[in-house]
Design a protein around this ligand. Structure first.
Ligand code: NAD
Ligand code: FE2
Length: 281
């Protein structure tokens, strides 16, 4: 879908023939070609979002293009299209959607309308991802809906450094996007917790935790634990074997330059990002 979005933009805006010129907020003049987007995974919500992500294989980086002209005219979100996904792909793409919802709920630009959608999406994903991985109809339906609901929200408010770091891991080690998001999400939640006021209480509750009597430290930990448990339950690894100490400078600098980085609720720096990557080793 992202490749299709880039091609559609370039067809109608040929002055951007080098896709690299579209990185960040792209000043295109014309809408894309008429586009019908049909997701076959329940994760990216690219059928609804303002973004597309392209890999620059020469420079070993993935970059995000942000452009209102690229939103598809029609989205056909049908869980039947997703039913052929194997377990691992269902799990990783579903964790991508959870990362959108949690990063979108806590990002700097978050506001009430997007919050409603992101919280509902967290609830839908927490309730349905395990069932989807078992290829149950209700689980597939809940995930098709959940990923789309957060797509409508995060597309308007942005994300955070779990995505910056996931883009970098995808470009350097070819780590599937959802696996990279799932591995980074609890690590980044721990790092961001102090800048999220009471939002982790809402996240914990949306994930089914009873937070009655919990103080701030306890509900923040409960939200992180619930994310870790879901990730482990659906079979996502917690360590990245490919990661090398000598790659950390490039990884951290690349993640710091990523378009999702400024939206992170906690101000970050290259050194902090290096330490966060190190937690995957
Ligand atoms: N546009 C956005 O807003 C946005 C948001 C998040 C991620 N992304 C980007 O999306 C990309 C990842 O997309 P994805 O997670 O959908 O995976 P994908 O499109 O890369 O597909 C992964 C693999 O699964 C296969 N596959 C897809 N659907 C299948 C099905 N129903 N049955 C069996 N196999 C199937 C594909 O052929 C491919 O080999 C990354 O580049 C990521 O950065 C974009
Ligand atoms: Fe994503």
């Amino acid at each position: 879908m992202d490749t299709g979005k880039a091609i559609g933009i370039i067809v109608n805006n040929p002055e951007f023939a080098d896709v690299r010129s579209l990185e960040g907020v792209a000043p295109t003049k014309n809408r894309t070609v008429f586009t019908i987007a049909v997701p076959t995974t329940a994760g990216t919500a690219a059928e609804a979002t303002i973004n597309y992500v392209i890999t620059d294989v020469e420079k070993k980086r993935k970059f995000v293009c942000v452009d209102v002209n690229d939103i598809p005219d029609v989205a056909i979100v049908d869980p039947d299209m997703m039913s052929s996904m194997p377990k691992g792909l269902t799990a990783s793409t579903g964790m991508d959607a959870l990362t959108h919802a949690i990063e979108g709920y806590t990002t700097k630009a978050a506001w009430e309308l997007a919050d409603c959608l992101n919280l509902k999406a967290i609830e839908l994903i927490a309730k349905n991802l395990r069932g989807a991985v078992q290829n149950e109809d209700a689980g597939r339906e809940g995930m098709a809906l959940g990923q789309f609901v957060t797509g409508m929200a995060f597309s308007n408010v942005g994300l955070g450094i779990a995505h910056s770091m996931a883009h970098t891991l995808g470009a350097v080690y070819d780590t599937p996007h959802g696996v990279a998001c799932a591995m980074m999400l609890p690590i980044v939640m721990e790092y961001n917790a102090e800048c999220t006021s009471e939002k982790f209480k809402d996240i914990a509750e949306a994930m089914g935790v009873d937070t009655t009597g919990m103080d701030q430290a306890a509900y923040r930990q409960a939200a992180i634990d619930a994310v870790r448990k879901l990730s482990v339950d659906v079979g996502i690894p917690t360590k990245l074997e490919a990661l090398r100490e000598e790659d950390l400078d490039f990884l951290a600098e690349s993640a710091f330059a990523d378009a999702c980085c400024p939206g992170n609720p906690r101000e970050t720096c290259v050194e902090d990002l290096k330490n966060l990557f190190r937690k995957l080793m």
